[in-house]
Design a protein around this ligand. Structure first.
Ligand SMILES: *Cc1c(COP(=O)(O)O)cnc(C)c1O
Length: 386
């Protein structure tokens, strides 16, 4: 009886999603080199992956992973604080700190785990967390877990951010301001120089989520290096699963901040360390990002070629949206592109606000300029842009 009501609940929820064109499905996808993916209906050129440098299928990363697995085993066995801290972690954290220009770094099981672990350390029940309204889901989750008061400001609107700080900062003990360095579904950059000034003025700590910045903007060093002069952000989180090509998350910060995190962040303390092979692949990925400027410049160049061809606003990162409005229109456009041989996801609520469903194109160094030209042609022929 009880079991039946549980299933009925799930079925009703799914039907409601279906009616609103919001139901999602898992599709078996085999990722291959040169940004190709295999699906049951054949091979597609993928503009859906966040593997901006093609490192996930790079032979150097595969070999590093294989070697580390043979040497240290598949799983890490425990939390890093128990026995999960295999010898590769030190090397990865040193390289990340160097790349991002911080004193130290700490690696977590994923980017999501990083944010939800870090935010509650610096904000609690009597504090304020100020968040850009388009910030990533993990930031809202971290803010909720912190039990702080959460206030959003209009996307990239520094006047609104100042208004919110002026209205609410004084009522709270500490204040954390959190934003994406690069916005995942819009591809634009946060105005970090202005935000650091605001944070200073209101005695707040700034945290950025650079999941889509590292390896792509600022010469690969991320969004703090993507502005006219380098910006000092004291808490920079990111992922090892996008441009770095592996898996995991990290926070770059000062030595005492990192040490506190290693002691207190629950998703660090109570979750198993990453597999050695994954850490080894990430080391190789970071090494390539730090040394191969030509490869790092490609995703943005490809995205720019696409926005140029279609006379869209200049790409600021590897991500370009074409906003279509309804979820149904976005799904139809995605299906039409798939028939033309391209995998471009339809992004719908709640990932984006209602009425702004869109196609999201992600460019990679693994795309050739011919791939991009062919995509632009298909988009134009389908009447999705001029
Ligand atoms: C992907 C993503 C994350 C989560 O990183 P994972 O390592 O995949 O958990 C966090 N923030 C942003 C902006 C992301 O795009």
């Amino acid at each position: 009886m009880n079991r039946r009501s549980l299933d009925d609940f799930a079925i009703r929820k799914l039907e409601s999603l279906e009616r609103r064109h919001l139901r999602r499905e898992l599709e078996i996808t085999a990722r291959r080199a040169r940004a190709r993916v295999g699906r049951d209906d054949g091979e597609l050129v993928s503009f859906a992956c966040n593997d901006y440098l093609g490192l996930a299928t790079d032979p150097a990363l595969i070999e590093a992973s294989r070697e580390a697995t043979a040497r240290f085993g598949v799983g890490s066995g425990a939390s890093r604080l128990i026995t999960g801290n295999h010898p590769l972690y030190d090397d990865l954290e040193r390289r990340l700190a160097e790349l991002k220009g911080s004193d130290d770094a700490v690696v977590f099981g994923s980017g999501y785990l990083t944010t939800i672990g870090v935010m509650p350390i610096f904000a609690g029940a009597s504090d304020l967390v100020l968040v850009d309204e388009l910030a990533h889901s993990c930031i809202l989750a971290g803010a909720t877990l912190s039990r702080a008061r959460v206030v959003t400001f209009r996307h990239n609107d520094m006047d609104d951010a100042a208004t919110q700080l002026k209205a609410h900062r004084e009522e709270h003990r500490r204040c954390l301001v959190v934003t994406n360095g690069v916005f995942s579904m819009d591809g634009d950059l946060a105005p970090l120089p202005e935000l650091t000034t605001l944070a200073d003025r209101y005695d707040a700590w700034l945290m950025t989520d650079d999941a889509h910045g590292t390896g792509v903007v600022g010469g690969g060093r991320g969004s703090t290096f993507a502005h006219a002069s380098a910006v000092d952000v004291p808490l920079q989180m990111g992922t090892l699963s996008k441009a770095v090509g592996a898996y995991g998350g990290y926070l770059c910060a000062s030595a005492p901040v990192v040490e506190l995190i290693r002691n207190r962040a629950r998703s660090f303390v109570y979750s198993t360390g990453l597999p050695p092979g994954t850490v080894a692949a990430a080391i190789k990925g970071v090494e390539i990002i730090a040394s191969d400027a030509e490869r790092v410049a490609l995703p943005l160049a490809r995205a720019r070629a696409f926005t140029d061809a279609l006379e869209l606003p200049d790409a600021q990162s590897a991500i370009v949206p074409i906003v279509l409005g309804s979820a149904e229109d976005a799904l139809d456009a995605s299906d039409a592109l798939r028939d033309a041989g391209f995998l471009v996801p339809a992004i719908r609520p709640p990932t984006v606000p209602p009425g702004t469903s869109r196609l999201r194109f992600a460019f990679s160094s693994a795309h050739s300029s011919d791939d991009v030209a062919a995509l632009a042609r298909a988009v134009r022929e389908l009447g999705l842009a001029t």
